[in-house]
Design a binder for this molecule. Structure first.
Ligand SMILES: Cc1ncc(COP(=O)(O)O)c(C=O)c1O
Length: 326
């Protein structure tokens, strides 16, 4: 019989799926690395398991321990699934702008969730960065994951996502386009692909209200670039250690409205029911049109599933209130 010994063995080996209608005006083949096939419905299952296994291996995470993390939901889901199989507890800290579905889903897999205000500075004691750090210090036998600076995050993508894309495209990939949050996906996949072929171009998708694009172009951390935004999963008001700017060729910024509208369009025109950062990512690909030629093979990575956004980007009342649709 062929079966997985537990749910964690089903992580990875996700399909590569062609985009058709939305990219019909591009000269090249556009393929999506479709990460919702992971058991927690996002790419984050890969790095969550890697971070836990590396922490177990060097004793940062001990038997019966508590895993603490600031997470917008997907990393939490990945950590929670692994924690159940391996016998750990989880406490997750989330910003209040994240969808209610994400909080409920983490509770569904047994995690404790602490919600913090979004509109405060990262070093404010109420911020989700500060609260998760403090809980890590106060909780006995706990391990603070810190996906932003934890090198196992990038390593997971260097060792699994990157090689899968290279193999699935038979080494023909010319461009990799992906939303950037912690930076683990772009840095791990980008490093692996450039080691196989230094001509592969790596593009990050950023959002208005985030520091990445300007920092990459000028080396300046400009606080004027920071303001609240709606897009979920990508963009930051800090520079995570997992963003390796040296392997990124450029960033394109996508508006909140476009990210939301294209999240709906992926569902309605491609049958791809995906999260908000997938909408941003495919719009980013369209914005980069001038960089693509006829025989190019562009791979865009879709991070998570549409079910987490039914109260927002898939709710037309919400879309109208936001002024994103008529
Ligand atoms: C929905 C979604 N999209 C994109 C990202 C960005 O991925 P990464 O953190 O690897 O840069 C994340 C992770 O934070 C996410 O949850």
């Amino acid at each position: 019989m062929k079966y997985a010994k537990n749910i964690l063995e089903t992580i990875g080996n996700t399909p590569l799926v062609k985009i058709n209608a939305l990219t019909k005006d591009l000269p090249c083949l556009v393929l999506s690395k479709y990460e919702t096939f992971n058991p927690g419905n996002s790419v984050k299952d890969r790095m969550a398991l890697q971070m836990i296994e590396d922490a177990e291996a060097d004793g940062r995470l001990k038997p019966g321990g508590t895993i603490i993390e600031g997470t917008s939901g997907n990393t939490g889901m990945g950590l929670a699934l692994a924690a159940i199989v391996k016998g750990y507890k989880c406490i997750f800290v989330m910003a209040d702008k994240q969808s209610k579905e994400k909080v409920d889903m983490l509770k569904a897999v047994g995690a404790e969730v602490v919600v913090c205000p979004t509109a405060v500075e990262p070093d404010d004691p109420r911020s989700y960065y500060s609260v998760s750090k403090r809980l890590g210090e106060e909780t006995p036998n706990s391990w603070y994951v810190n996906q932003y600076d934890n090198p196992s995050n990038t390593k997971a993508h260097y060792e699994s996502t990157g090689p899968e894309i290279w193999k699935q495209t038979e080494g023909k990939i010319t461009h990799f386009v992906v939303g950037v949050g912690t930076g683990g996906t772009i840095s791990g996949v980008g490093k692996y692909l450039k080691e196989q072929n230094p001509n592969v171009k790596v593009w990050g998708v950023d959002t208005y209200g985030s520091v990445f694009k300007k920092y990459h172009e000028t080396g300046i951390f400009d606080e004027n670039e920071i303001y609240p935004y709606v897009t979920e999963g990508i963009g930051e008001d800090i520079l995570p250690k997992n963003v390796d700017f040296s392997i990124i060729d450029g960033f394109t910024k996508v508006t909140d409205k476009d990210a939301a509208v294209y999240t709906q369009r992926l569902a309605k025109e491609e049958g791809m029911f995906l999260g908000n950062s997938a909408g941003a990512a495919i719009k980013g690909v369209l914005q980069l049109k001038e960089h693509f030629k006829k025989d190019d093979v562009v791979v865009v990575l879709f991070h998570d599933h549409g079910s987490r956004y039914v109260g927002k980007m898939f709710n037309d009342d919400w879309m109208r209130e936001m002024g994103y649709i008529e």
